[in-house]
Ligand binder design. Structure first.
Ligand SMILES: CC1=C(/C=C/C(C)=C/C=C/C(C)=C/C=O)C(C)(C)CCC1
Ligand SMILES: [Fe+2]
Length: 267
């Protein structure tokens, strides 16, 4: 228990406090970019997608996990390169997103397997899947280095190479947490707030939605069966919750807003 307090409970708390708020900005995005007569509808669809994701995880946890890792790879990678003009954007997206969703879980398998098990997934199947895909991803990462060197864009390699070096050195949820809070969420917040007209309002709304989200998480925590340990409860609430919120968050950020309202950057 003492050990999991450092390796699981603390990084999850930090991610909940400093990473989740970037998703709460979606409420401000809906309010400030979508036509007023469609805002409530969009919010209802957003919440319905999140609920469906929770049901999918409950019924088919392994399928939900594969979907979650694939979508997270795309979402992380895309947000890493959204401000760059690239000749092979898909290569960059998968090479960078895969650091967290393929390389990290496999290189730390002894610590990540129990987390996958707590999430009720078939860990053998996840391990086989990751092992098969990792060499392909490694080829992609080498291609990324080659393309950057050939285009004399050495600086663009700094962040992904630093991330790649950091992942084996830190406990998995700590390196994920550092990236999630101080890179992904920070950049997303800066880029989003810069595009909104009323920044103070956007931040206020996002704070309210964050409080609501964490309040719901706390409520779920108190009604979890007593025999479930603290770290299992936190792993389930955090990762199932983030999966459920990431799917509509991605649809809004990576698909709907760029296409419908030219919000964000097209790739
Ligand atoms: C479930 C799980 C993992 C994946 C977490 C991911 C992929 C989180 C993605 C969050 C996103 C996309 C947030 C959106 O902004 C690890 C750490 C690999 C190993 C342990 C179990
Ligand atoms: Fe995000």
């Amino acid at each position: 228990m003492d050990h999991s307090l450092f390796t699981v409970v603390t990084p999850i708390l930090l991610m909940a406090l400093f990473g989740v708020p970037h998703g709460a900005l979606d409420a401000a995005l809906i309010k400030m970019t979508i036509a007023p007569n469609r805002q409530v509808f969009t919010f209802v669809i957003y919440s319905a997608i999140a609920l469906i994701c929770i049901m999918v995880w409950y019924a088919l946890p392994t399928v939900a996990m594969v979907l979650f890792l694939a979508l997270s790879c795309w979402h992380f990678g895309k947000s890493d390169v959204v401000d760059q003009k690239l000749s092979h954007p898909q290569l960059h997206i998968i090479a960078r997103g895969g650091i967290w969703t393929l390389f990290l879980p496999l290189i730390h398998w002894p610590s990540t397997e129990p987390i996958f098990a707590q999430l009720r997934t078939d860990t053998e199947l996840i391990k086989i899947g990751l092992t098969v895909i990792l060499p392909l991803w490694a080829l992609g990462f080498c291609a990324l280095i080659y393309v950057a060197l050939a285009a004399r864009k050495v600086k663009s390699l700094a962040a992904p190479v630093l991330a790649l070096a950091l992942v084996p050195l830190l406990p998995p949820l700590w390196s994920l947490g550092l990236y999630f809070c101080f890179w992904h969420a920070r950049r997303h917040t800066q880029q989003t707030v810069a595009q909104l007209s009323n920044r103070a309002n956007a931040r206020r709304l996002a704070r309210g939605i964050t409080a609501l989200t964490l309040g719901i998480a706390l409520m779920v925590f108190t009604i979890m069966p007593a025999e479930i340990s603290l770290d299992t409860a936190m792993v389930r609430i955090f990762f199932v919750g983030i999966f459920a919120l990431t799917v509509p968050h991605m649809i809004l950020i990576d698909y709907y807003l760029p296409r419908t309202y030219s919000f964000g950057t097209h790739l």
